[in-house]
Design a protein around this ligand. Sequence first.
Ligand code: GCB
Length: 580
Amino acid sequence: MKAVFCIVLSLLVNAYGRGGTDLGGKWHYIIDPFDVGLGKGLMMDAVPADKHSFFEYSYTGGKTLMVPGDWNHQDPELRWYEGVLWEARHFAASPSRGKRQILYFAGVSLRCDVFLNGVKVVSHEGAFTPFEADVTELIREGDNFLAVRVDNTRHPDSIPALSFDWWNYGGITRDVFLIEVPEVHVRDYFIRLQKGEKDRIVADVQLSVPDEGLQVGIEIPRLGFMKTLRTDKNGHARGSWKVRGLERWAPLAPMLYEVTLFCGEDRISDKIGFRDVAVDGTAVSVNGTPAFLKCISFHEEIPWESRRACSPEDASVLIDAALELGCNAIRLAHYPQNEHIVRLAEEKGLLIWEEIPLWQGIDFSSRETFRRAATYLEEMVGRDRNRCAIILWSISNETRPSPDRNAFLLDLLEEGRALDASRLFTSAFDGVHYDSDAAAFRIEDDPFAASLDVVGINKYMGWYAKWPGDPSSLQWEVLPDKPLVISEFGCEAKAGIFGQADVAWSWSEDYQVSLYRDNLEMFRHIENLAGVSPWILFDFRSPFRQHPVHQDYYNRKGLLSDRGEKKKAWYVMNEFYREK
Ligand code: GCB
């Protein structure tokens, strides 16, 4: 198979492993609904130069927000705010001579311009992926001023587009670091098990400089493994070796090795697992063994505090809840979630389906939107391709075939495969309907779905779709030669409402239970079923959900309520997973 390694040049891989200065904490902010801050000079802290000058703004004396953190939950005035807001702070630096200084943002929602000491250093769009700026030439010894113009306005050609079923949290929602690295450093690497093999490790390493003949060392102490590579004229080095005694990472049996890379003065360590993932008939197999995906989706949210999850503690809340349900897999809905979540899931042995937020309503005719989607994919894969827990890259959710859409998604899939040929590609579709002539569920003709390794089907039988017959008698003929994952099913229920098990609008836990039972019964007859992922772990905030009594701006399809209470359907699902 052709070896593929694409460097994601804009990203320093494993930024958390670099031990940079954490710039989190209290930042001052100014709400700028008319977007006049650029003209007023909000990229600088206001200091009048003489007796006659003044500024009509000031960070000092104003309110503060915690970074990382969305602004919506930190100030009641900002709960619904969509627009421009500036966040800024001073910080002290002591840059070492000859080193490079990198400002690294793990995620800002949803677009931003970053200014250091008054100078714009980077702009970024996309709430859920990291970006960085090399600020070596601008940073000063002593006090520095960092200002970020954050804008969470939705746009028709953005990703996601104008409306989506989750909260549009704004702000610097993830960590910010100042990282110091040697001039020549390891910028990117991809260390993995050779596809189809048990004991062959492959490493691609990219240095920050395109110099030939530089030495790169790779050490895995636990395996007694120490190898040296030399770079080619692009600063890229590659090697592959058979390794004795390699224990593979497997679902719920995670094995991670400490891997250290050296190059000159640079040294970076990571925890890396080795596993093989493949399609085997209609199953997804991990290390040659079929793995039925007992999966659950969640948003990056702590619902009882109406805020984005942003810390290692928050990650534990979500991952522990998935494990308690009996899962061996998670679907990170509907965007790349923070690294705390991804890494903790990997440490616990959860398989991961990770996706970019190409969610309904995307403008497939726009080349600009395509460029954004490709960048999203590149940033997600660039950040996470060393995470063996991720087995599925998903590139879209609920899109319908059309010439523009087909061309867009097929091109995107090609880009994805070029970035990472070691994993499976999927997407979630809602184009499955019961065909009464064929007496079976069928999917509309879709060249994109047909090109994927695994197909995800979102099907809300008993909620958005009426049952055409007895669930146990319903046949499925949906891409029968491919692994099929039910990537969403479920219905709304408000915790604490009981009875009326046959009335959808009762919003009762009993309706949810009967719907789950019916769906699980139907799934038993899907021959190519490779996994199931109910929608969703927790109730989550959404501007779509406007029923004042039952929803109150929460999507209530959680198996756990917005306060974390188990609904009755949780037990149904738990039993199903325990039996599987
Ligand atoms: C879907 C979407 C998901 C929604 C869900 C719902 O099909 O993929 O984002 O939240 O339905 O609750 O309607």
